[in-house]
Design a protein around this ligand. Structure first.
Ligand code: GDP
Length: 446
């Protein structure tokens, strides 16, 4: 019965009225909103959920009545300041439809941009989720708690401010927006803002973020100051952009639209009777239109694009940077899973079984067995040789062929996948190495 049901799930209805279009031309001539994805990082209690809830509220994702309801409930249980944080949970639940989806996302739009918050902060084990989210992030939003002593404790050795920031950089996130949050708790003190921005700026530049890819914004998620509207009364000393304006100006200036098609699958689901096989995912590179043939990896199955949705609206085409839902025909759902990659059969990804990685280590690395993860895709493998250790800031070689790489070091290593067919990774992909449930290193494929 199982087999019969699955066989029925292959949808072979011919694609109606394919209209061949010049997608790049359409894209140039259409004034659509741009898309940007970001990941939220920072120490526990820095105010990440509250700040994101505030963004969703100010951008109209939840209405005033819902907020008032949350506020009353929060007051009832004696957590009066928690109502904005609840917005995230609520919109998350409403939007997650696939059983397999495990990067929770929230969306909000401004006049110029559709934003996706990737794996908005929750209560789960953070690092693996952050890695999956950060592997698709255009930039990171680092939330700092400016209240007395709090910034310092988040910044100390085992505080998550450092860990998350370095991790994000190691997997290739190069732009960062620093929200210096909870300024209401320090009476909007300018000196406190300057102190934190200077310390953090110094740290970020050592971690490899260039100063023109780093922005600082003073704000308070709880009061809403300088999030959507400026707050001249509270922050008379500040003349820069609001948080929303900063997010808008942080989106990538160009996308790899002319490159071969690459889509990372986030979710696989049955989109109703008419669409037995649907995926949601992100177009990392290239473009596509209805009627296009796709090749899925690692299953090496082919499929045809029957329908495209961008932000829940039907579209005839989509390009790099879009988060899409694709309805597929000619393929059985069993061949698709989150983390898989789809490409065009004309310029497919060539799976690799041996490649070099530039990594940041979290544990001591020696030639050893590891799990190799690219987002949700993973394979068992080995570190087969340690090529060199490198200076964090300059990238210069410290030592060739080291015997081991200590925690917190940058290094270049060669890895091998056990599977002889290899895995679909390419230069620039963000990868992490894990062992026994722990992330031992994160890096980028060279
Ligand atoms: P997360 O763990 O980083 O997601 O932090 P939460 O958003 O859950 O906030 C942690 C605590 O800080 C809660 O008690 C919030 O009410 C409080 N908080 C969040 N943002 C602000 C803010 O802007 N100002 C003040 N004073 N408190 C805040």
């Amino acid at each position: 019965i199982e087999a019969a049901v699955q066989a029925m799930a292959i949808d072979n209805t011919p694609i109606k009225a394919r209209r061949e279009i010049d997608v790049l031309d359409e894209f140039r001539n259409t004034k659509t909103k741009e898309n940007a994805n970001f990941v939220v990082i920072g120490h526990v209690d820095a105010g990440k959920s509250t700040l994101m809830g505030r963004l969703l509220y100010e951008c109209g994702v939840v209405d005033e009545r819902t907020i008032q309801k949350f506020k009353a409930e929060a007051e009832k249980i004696g957590k009066s300041s928690f109502h904005f944080a609840w917005v995230l949970d609520q919109t998350n639940e409403e939007r997650s439809r696939g059983v397999t989806m495990d990067i929770a996302t929230n969306h909000f739009s401004t006049a110029s941009t559709n934003f996706t918050i990737l794996d908005a902060p929750g209560h789960r084990d953070f690092v693996p989720n952050m890695i999956a989210g950060a592997s698709q992030a255009d930039f990171a939003v680092l939330v700092l708690d400016a209240s007395t002593g709090a910034f310092e404790s988040g910044f100390q050795n085992n505080g998550q401010t450092r860990e998350h920031t370095i991790l994000a950089r190691a997997i290739g996130v190069s732009r960062i927006v620093v929200a210096v949050n909870k300024l209401d708790a320090v009476n909007w003190n300018h000196d406190r803002y300057t102190e934190i921005s200077q310390q953090m700026g110094h740290f970020l530049s050592n971690a490899g973020f260039s100063s023109n890819s780093t922005s600082f914004v003073p704000c308070s998620g709880l009061t809403g100051a300088n999030i959507f509207h400026g707050a001249r009364d509270k922050l008379p000393w500040y003349h820069g952009p609001t948080l929303i304006q900063t997010l808008e100006s942080s989106k990538p200036r160009s996308r790899a639209i002319n490159s071969p098609l690459r889509i990372t699958i986030n979710d696989v689901f049955r989109g109703g009777i008419q669409n037995p096989v649907s995926i949601s995912g992100r177009i990392e590179a290239g473009s596509l239109q209805i009627g296009d043939a796709l090749l899925t990896l690692p299953s090496k199955e082919s499929a045809t694009v029957k329908g495209i949705e961008i932000n829940e609206q039907g579209s005839e085409w989509a390009v790099a940077g879009h988060n899409v839902t694709l309805h597929l025909s000619g393929i059985n759902i069993i061949h698709l899973k989150p983390g898989d990659v789809m490409c065009s059969p004309d310029s497919p990804i060539v799976p690799l079984n041996c490649f070099n990685l530039k990594i940041l280590s979290f544990e001591t690395i020696t030639p050893m067995l590891v799990g190799i993860h690219r987002g949700r895709l993973n394979a068992s493998g080995r570190v087969i040789s340690l090529l060199e250790s490198m200076d964090k800031a300059t990238g210069k070689t410290l030592k060739k062929k080291p015997r081991h790489i200590g925690p917190g070091m940058f290094a270049r290593v060669k890895v091998e996948v056990t599977l002889s067919a290899g895995i679909p990774v390419e230069k620039g992909n963000r990868v992490v190495l894990r062992l026994g449930g722990k992330t031992v290193a994160a890096g980028v494929v060279e």
